[in-house]
Design a protein around this ligand. Structure first.
Ligand SMILES: [Fe+2]
Length: 315
């Protein structure tokens, strides 16, 4: 890998994901219950947060003929970059972005990446209360909740094309590769905020929520298990990125949830590393995902559900 030239920062923070849901009330209750999120529900929208942030998940009803799914992912622009300036910068980089409304009483820039995934950019929002979230008293925050929305992961048929777009248009930086078919990217000191895996087709794979530590992972998994969710892969230790991770389906919106902690923090002069495409890079503890892990069709999900609580037959 060659040294990557650092361009001025453009995107600096993953702000929120927006999901289209079949039943707003049901989805609001489900995200609050399973993930420990809290927020506000209105007739046409729910805003959810992990702790005291703006919000990290938006839920909106999908049309009667639409499939419940991820709508878009929103990133904050670097401090001082206004939307108009960002729109001009994007145009100069060959990307058209339209201005849209985003909560709360604000605007964003909407554009599509090369796979058609929707991306929204908003101006940096510095919280009025600068205390670390753990220092802020609350009467509403639950005992079990993630620390923050952490990263996104997509399947694609063309990793170089889409990773180059995020690098050249949005200023993301490549962190590491596994082989030639998977790349992880960052915009802050955390190992990755975004990743792409070549599985021959385009689909969002997971949204990851950061937990404090391994103890909270146990709490979270006991919690979702009590509510009928099975674990598709994990708990595990990724070799590349070093994070502890567990993946389970939010099948209602056609996406996995990753519960994540202990991710690698990058050195200032981190240079991309090509890790070998082997099991150790994927999980140092040695168990690889089932084939259904990369599939979202109903048959695969149902087989996964059935196998989750059955004995594995070994020849
Ligand atoms: Fe992940």
């Amino acid at each position: 890998m060659t040294t990557q030239a650092h361009t001025p920062k453009f995107c600096v923070n993953l702000h929120h994901v927006s999901l289209k849901v079949a039943n707003l009330r049901e989805a609001y209750d489900r995200y609050c219950l399973l993930l420990g999120l809290h927020g506000e529900l209105s007739d046409d929208m729910a805003l959810l947060r992990c702790m005291h942030e703006d919000y990290c998940v938006i839920l909106q009803p999908c049309g009667p003929n639409d499939k419940a799914s991820l709508d878009y992912v929103a990133y904050e622009l670097a401090s001082g970059i206004r939307l108009a300036e960002a729109q001009s910068t994007l145009a100069a980089r060959g990307a058209n972005a339209e201005i849209i409304d985003v909560p709360i009483n604000s605007k964003g820039l909407l554009l599509n990446d090369p796979d058609g995934n929707r991306v929204v950019l908003i101006e940096r929002r510095i919280p009025a209360d600068r205390r670390p979230p753990i220092m802020i008293p609350t009467s509403t925050l639950k005992g079990y909740h993630p620390r923050r929305l952490g990263h996104m992961n997509y399947l694609t048929a063309d990793v170089p094309r889409i990773s180059n777009w995020y690098k050249d248009v949005l200023g993301f930086r490549i962190t590491d590769w596994i082989g030639e078919g998977a790349v992880w990217m960052h915009i802050d000191p955390r190992h990755h905020v975004l990743a792409f895996l070549d599985k021959g087709y385009s689909h969002v794979h997971h949204m990851a929520f950061d937990l404090v530590d391994w103890g909270e992972m146990r709490l979270a998994l006991d919690h979702i298990a009590k509510h009928g969710r099975w674990v598709t892969w994990g708990p595990l230790r990724h070799g590349m990125a070093q994070n502890l991770a567990t993946y389970w389906r939010m099948y209602e919106e056609d996406i996995f949830v990753e519960l994540c902690t202990d991710m690698q923090i990058l050195d200032e002069d981190h240079q991309p590393t090509a890790h070998p495409d082997n099991a150790y890079s994927s999980n140092t503890w040695g168990i690889l995902p089932p084939r259904s892990y990369f599939r979202f069709d109903p048959v695969s999900i149902e087989k996964e559900r059935e196998s989750a609580y059955s004995y594995l037959e070994v020849a």
